[in-house]
Design a protein around this ligand. Sequence first.
Ligand code: PLZ
Length: 538
Amino acid sequence: MIAGGTTDEHLGPGAHGVEIGVGVDQEGRVAAEFHRRAQQLGGGLLDELLPRSPSGKTDRARAITRNPYGNYAGPMPDSSLPQSGAAGLSAAPYSAPAVAQKRHLVTELPGPRSRELAARRDAAVASGVSSLMPVFAARAGGGIVVDVDGNHLIDLGSGIAVTTVGHAVPAVVAGVQQQIAQFSHTCFTITPYEGYVAVCEALNRLTPGDFEKRSALFNSGAEAVENAVKIARRATGRDTVVVFDHAYHGRTNLTMAMTAKNMPYKDGFGPFAGEVFRAPMSYPLRDPLGTDGAAAAARAISDIESQVGAGRVACLVLEPILGEGGFIEPATGFIPALAAWCTANEVVFVADEVQSGFARTGHFFASEHEGVVPDLVVTAKGIAGGMPLSAVTGRASIMDAAHAGGIGGTYTGNPVACAAALAAIATIEQDGLVETGRRLGERLRSFLLDLQAKFPQIADVRGRGAMQAIELNVPGSATPDAGLAARVAKHCHQHGVIALTCGTYGNVIRLLPPVTITDDLLDDALTVLAEALAEQVG
Ligand code: PLZ
């Protein structure tokens, strides 16, 4: 099916699942993009995955156009907006070709189709699974999510730090399509495949530290955190896991125990795993020790030594910049002092970089800001451009402590997710997206600091790169204003900007757009945020 002339308006909600097929030009562009980007990681791995022409040469264009299981299933031409080249539309290199990079509302939000789907959702989906916005996605490209009513929303959340390279980046789409047409699953622990190995090689190369490393792949962030703990316990022969106030590590039983916040993550879901000790965090805005990171580390170490004993600690798990807990950057010196204490006491230092990692903060990993080299790094989210994949990477001596067969899972390191990861990593490296994220951070930060000068409710502006936040208090006090954060976020949602909140006290608005978002789109979204504040403070 050639979808060049098809519009959303002709498709019922159920039809969106079969939005396949694109015009020949678009296929060609996707193939060319894939060709350009596939020339690296994995030593020609992607090449291997592709069919060969009679001459024996890999033919990526053929692979895409003649795949019998469906042509490129990328976003459809965007008939609701003027096509690229028209005034006011920037043709962003990271957008799917047909998704105009512009906020554009054609209905109130949620629109009629979203409301219909919400009714079906209420009848079919368990109510414990909530959604921030009542708007259903139909497709996405670059920094834009298009809903089922044709509204174009600016994405300042990246699906919680996942689509760091942008939505539907051609290289990722093509990598996924190539792989799924070859095989979707064998189970790496039954018959292995090269993609898994290539992702591990890339992670071993990219994570901090020039010692010998090994990696193991999983599905979710929580699963990887659990495995880091298993590996650390096995390597040390010790039990206790040290975590911190405001930490978020996941929703499985062990990771709920490691997560600090009760509602909504833990309430009524216990009993939780034992041998988890929570130490005090450095939280400069609210901590009497303020910006003295060394003192905050000494306080945590003193608690650990007196209440657990260094000799019982298997690992210390820390987010270098806290995510769900409020985008808290610990005071300078806090993380290096803890890392040094771990080394001195043979405790495995685990950096949970699930949210802060993968080119989000102006470095590949947030640990690098202070030159910290973790023993193990946990990654997920941004690693695979939207496919579920996570990993534990670190010192070979620790990683190899688990006995053969002790680490695994049916779907861990799924080949399609690995292909997506190779394409996402290639995109980050070839296009210098670490640096792009750093520049984006400067732009974000200067805007947010200006905003803080106007609104005394903004108690703090913090974060790095494309991971920035404002914390809202009642002016002149330390009292968190979660109500204001919720109202500001809701105003953004109603005006076509996906904005997320976070924080132990629910009073933080976090900005984590794709690092590839265009300047125009970011400026427009920030203008909406400023308007939201102006309207909601009163
Ligand atoms: N570690 C640092 O941020 C996931 C949670 C969303 P999973 N954060 C988003 C929600 O409400 O469930 C996260 C994280 C850090 C671990 C995790 C867990 O990653 O892939 O959600 O399991």
